[in-house]
Design a protein around this ligand. Structure first.
Ligand code: XMP
Length: 479
């Protein structure tokens, strides 16, 4: 038996002592960081792979804001693949399978399709997929005769471009010809895609978005370590997942290390995040196995009861400091996972050496999280449940088509997480704006112009319970 001499610290045990600062405008400070050596983020925030936090809608919002979401793994492989596909389609400026009609169709058919799909333009093709015209909502506007052939109103002159047209080239063509749709055709003149002005404008709305090399929103996916999980990895990578998070509660384990090694061997280019660990040795072992980033946090999450049930864990600030020191030598980023309740905690985690923070409950209360809203005593809430809770396991069974659980199974299940309600917080965008603003303020107090500099310049001061009390609003009635 060993008792470590150092006291384990967490966020509420410390403050960042203010340092001299030459920062003039906090809001202009860059919060750029690395999730893995190959994935860079404009904001150091990752949404947790929990079934009450990240599915496609959350991942889309996170990537648009400059962070990233990790789709949870508590669902069949096909469903997780669909989630990834939805993110990948959300902001692509090329529609891969454009909606088409032929000249056999009528104005009524075209109008029905516009209403059903919300598309603003339909490409008209012949039987061999060669373009013969295009119909936009404007062409249909004052047409009263629904049975009129589409060929009578379609525009016959159609500007097209090759399939590999870049965003800049497309913008130029759309502008020059004052058009809103640009069909893409292969060498034989067959329709293979469509670029629309509307999609391009959507892209301009999110200049900080995290994108892959093909201009699609970036997204991560969680996997486990057993059975079919290598097949899951293969399917997720094929679907376009930008990183794979090997996600188990006790990451410093033989199963996880073997899984990371095997993924590295089979998919040498994959970006692999391993976790969770809470010690320097554990961090090194995952890095040696091939991890490109390591997720840190055992028992730190808001819905975790691992420390109560198993008596295991390391207070989160100490865990981040220890693990990030171990990872620094290998130039591997650390993601601080769990326990971040407000922006000040995120600043402390980044100052302690994390490159990004992973958030669960803070994001579970937003519009974009999966799950229903509920009202209690006039206040609105959403659910946040630990992935090792009974609730999460029942939900997984349902997704896998098994709606039944026996009394025996319930009694045998040892929960390491709870089901909880979190206050409704509006959109992810609003929550992230407050968090990023707080992180920038924290950087300024440490005289830092970047997340890296924040870590280099940070000076932590430990405080007593009285210091913590003084840190909050006190001796006033908070309205
Ligand atoms: P926050 O504090 O942001 O934490 O809500 C999210 C992180 O908590 C972890 N997690 C769990 N840990 N039992 C645990 O011990 C659980 O059931 C559980 N569910 C989630 C996970 O690391 C997540 O990102």
């Amino acid at each position: 038996m060993i008792i470590l001499p150092e006291l384990g610290l967490t966020f509420d045990d410390v403050l960042l002592a203010p340092q001299h600062s030459d920062v003039e405008s906090r809001r202009k400070l860059s919060t750029q960081t690395r999730l893995t050596p190959k994935i860079s983020l404009q904001i150091p925030i990752v949404s947790a792979n929990m079934d009450t936090v990240t599915e496609s809608e959350m991942a889309i919002a996170m990537a648009r804001a400059g962070g990233i979401g990790i789709i949870h793994r508590f669902m069949p492989i096909e469903q997780q693949v669909q989630q990834i596909a939805r993110v990948k389609k959300a902001e692509s400026f090329v529609v891969d399978e454009p909606i088409t009609l032929t000249t056999d169709h009528t104005i009524g058919d075209a109008r029905g399709l516009v209403e059903e799909t919300g598309t603003g333009g339909i490409v008209i093709v012949d039987k061999t997929k060669h373009i013969v015209g295009i119909v936009t909502t404007r062409d249909l506007l004052f047409e009263g005769n629904e049975s009129k052939p589409i060929g009578d109103v379609m525009q016959r002159k159609v500007f097209t471009a090759p399939p590999n047209t870049t965003l800049e080239q497309a913008e130029k063509i759309l502008h020059e010809h004052r058009i809103e749709k640009l069909p893409l055709v292969d060498e034989q003149g067959r329709l293979v895609g469509l670029i629309t002005l509307k999609d391009i404008m959507k892209i301009a709305q999110y200049p900080n978005a995290t994108k892959d090399a093909r201009g699609r929103l970036a997204v991560g996916a969680a996997v486990g370590v057993r059975g079919k999980e290598l097949e899951r990895v293969e399917c997720l990578l094929k679907a376009g997942a930008d990183c794979i998070v090997v996600d188990i509660a006790h990451g410093d384990s033989t199963l996880e290390i073997e899984m990371i090694r095997e993924i590295r061997r089979r998919f040498p280019d994959a970006q692999i995040i391993g976790g969770n660990v809470a010690t320097a040795d554990g961090t090194r072992r995952l890095i040696d196995a091939g991890a490109d980033a390591v997720k840190v946090g055992v028992g730190s999450g808001s819905i975790c009861i691992t420390r109560v049930v198993a008596g295991a864990g390391v207070p989160q600030l100490s865990a981040i400091i220890e693990c990030s020191e171990a990872a620094r030598a290998a130039k591997i980023p650390i993601i601080a996972d769990g326990g971040v309740r407000q922006s000040g905690d995120a600043v402390k985690a980044l100052a302690a050496g994390a490159s990004a923070v992973m958030l669960g409950s803070l994001l579970a209360g937003t519009d974009e999280s999966p799950g229903l809203m509920m009202t209690r005593k006039g206040h609105r809430y959403k659910v946040s449940q630990g992935m090792a809770s009974l609730g999460a396991n029942l939900a997984r069974k349902r997704r896998e088509g098994d709606a039944w659980i026996t009394q025996e199974e319930i009694e045998e299940y040892v929960s390491e997480g709870v089901e909880a309600a979190v206050p409704y917080r509006g959109s992810v965008r609003e929550v992230l704006m407050q968090l990023v603003g707080g992180i920038q303020s924290g950087m300024s107090y440490s005289g830092a112009h970047s997340i890296e500099e924040l870590n280099a310049k940070a000076v932590f001061v430990r405080m007593t319970g009285a210091g913590l009390k003084e840190s909050m609003a006190h001796d006033v009635e908070v309205l």
